[in-house]
Design a protein around this ligand. Sequence first.
Ligand code: F6P
Length: 548
Amino acid sequence: MTPVDQLPAWKALETHRDQMKNRHLRALCTDDPGRADRWRTRVGHLEVDYTKHRATEDTFHHLFALAEQTDVPAQIARLFAGARINTTEQRAVLHMALRGDAHSVFRVDGEDVMPQIMATRARMRQACETLRAGAWLGAAGEPVTDVVNIGIGGSDLGPFMACEALQPYLTDTPRVHFVSNIDGAQISRVLAPLDPRRTLFIVNSKSFGTLETKANADTAKHWLQQSGLPLDAVMSRHFLAVSANQAALSAFGIPEEHRFPIWDWVGGRYSLWSATGLAIAIAIGMDGFESMLAGARLMDEHFRHAPMIDNLPLRLGLLGVWYADFLGAASQAVLPYDDRLRSLPSYLQQADMESNGKRVTRDGQAVTWATGPIVWGAPGTNGQHAFFQLMHQGTHLIPADFIGCIRPHHPHTRHHRALIANMLAQSEALMHGRTEAETRAALAARGLDESRIDALTPHNVFPGNQPSTTILLDALTPEALGSLIALYEHRIFTQGAIWGINSFDQWGVELGKIMAQTVIGELESGQIGASHDPWSAALLTTCLAPTD
Ligand code: F6P
């Protein structure tokens, strides 16, 4: 396969980049006022504006050519057809099937996967309804009021983020809680206010081999037993599990009727649409969960069928390639202007960085181009008082996603107006900046004398030229959230497809895990093995020293 950076479209983009080098975003927009209509797309309850980008129609022309030359349309077709595109693990990638409806057909090796998805959804509904009706009784005959999801990575971040995002849809009970970290401080904090007789755990682990999850599940089991509940009753009334590892579920003692399946064609970071999202369904109800699936389905249909020119995830993915590979941007900021989306940046860190943080192509050749960006961010107005300084006047190019909701779920209209005003103002300020002449005029208007103006001007000039996308949700409903997450998933897919990498494996997380197993043994035995370098061994010695 021709390396992507040898393709004609790539070469054309390099030339185009050189021509664009000195063109300021402000001028690009002024020179093309019509882009406000053309570079804005609505899909369901999302309206996405990508006018504020260092691009022209020519840029997109070349980027579309790059998508053609890397066979992106055929790669999309193979994704939806259930081809084993996760080549290193020989797996299909079909999380879209999880949000399918009665009319959907998704096959892996010719087998229709929809019946098992629908059957699992029906079982999820039953569990949710029992729990939400207060009819799930613990071993002591008391109704369950608290559900704790134990899982990490994809078995935590999605459900956790969605439960925060959909907070206005949550009912009083059951309350949902999350434990992910191996740090005992977290499980201690979460369990402290809970009553074991009224607490149900969901052990969420596709592999059921994850150190953190196994340790937390064992601790949960002990906590329940310590309260005097007998083990068989604990296992039959206080645990549900989501996993593909039946043997480990049996060894842990989860009864078959309390197991929910997950399939090898669902990647952990794409799994909140499966029973992995049970905590979401329990928190907002199964109807709400299905609305979230419907929102994602809408984005799937759009991505699958919209022509390139109108295809939103594809366009955003192409812009990401443009910034990473031609304009040298190392990162992508995610700035939700809605506190309920505060965990979206962490969620997207796994979705994007575990998918596209790769250094070899699908056939194992080292890449000679930049791949996935560093994804980071925080709720917008908080960020404004922290890292925005660097975005406005630092030395890095940082494409940003501004995400806001037009209608809030709270009555504080004044707050909401100010929130949205800040979001709009920031994207405008980042784009326009403030020239030296404008800065001098602004300082003069404050009555400063000439020497003070001379001294302060360099510090008050804003170069601008920082690009951004603005994503507006009509409101933060389950449906809109589903579309938003699927938008990011398909953008990530598009970029991986162009870079020629496997976006669906994650070998890079393994080395540290293996080495940690050795160190755990050494900390337990007090004996440091010979495998360490002297500097790491010294740290280990310090950690072994008894502390008061
Ligand atoms: O270590 C990374 C990872 O494998 C993620 O890809 C996954 O989402 C997470 O761990 C949890 O895995 P599991 O659901 O198997 O416990």
